[in-house]
Ligand binder design. Sequence first.
Ligand SMILES: [Zn+2]
Length: 133
Amino acid sequence: MQLVGNNDRCSLHPPEDAEMDGPFQLANSVIDTVINNTDPAVFLLRRIEETPEYAHYRALIGRTDGNLAKTLKQWLDSDYRVFSFQYVESTDAAFKQQCMMWHQLEGPDGKLDNERHPEPNDGQVIRCPVCST
Ligand SMILES: [Zn+2]
């Protein structure tokens, strides 16, 4: 018999938004209610993609250096229905967290609508903690 220790806990749960707040409905009033500061943040938007036989989630992972509420409102008229978010301590932390989630969700071949690997801001000298690009 194999015992599952605490160290294995993460692998048994979807990692994608385990540390995030949400999901919340992507609506103007909800954004105004739950977003209450302008720290850098990482966010995940989700939509449901339907085929004749299946419905499955697709996600978009993004980051913001300040105005999360304003950033999320750009997607109000999109197919995305819910959002999750996590504040981080710096713009570098936002980039790193976005990269880690990009790799966890396996980019466009996995569950993401993001077609390309996250890129640093202009002038931001930092590398992806997973693949060093
Ligand atoms: Zn990477």
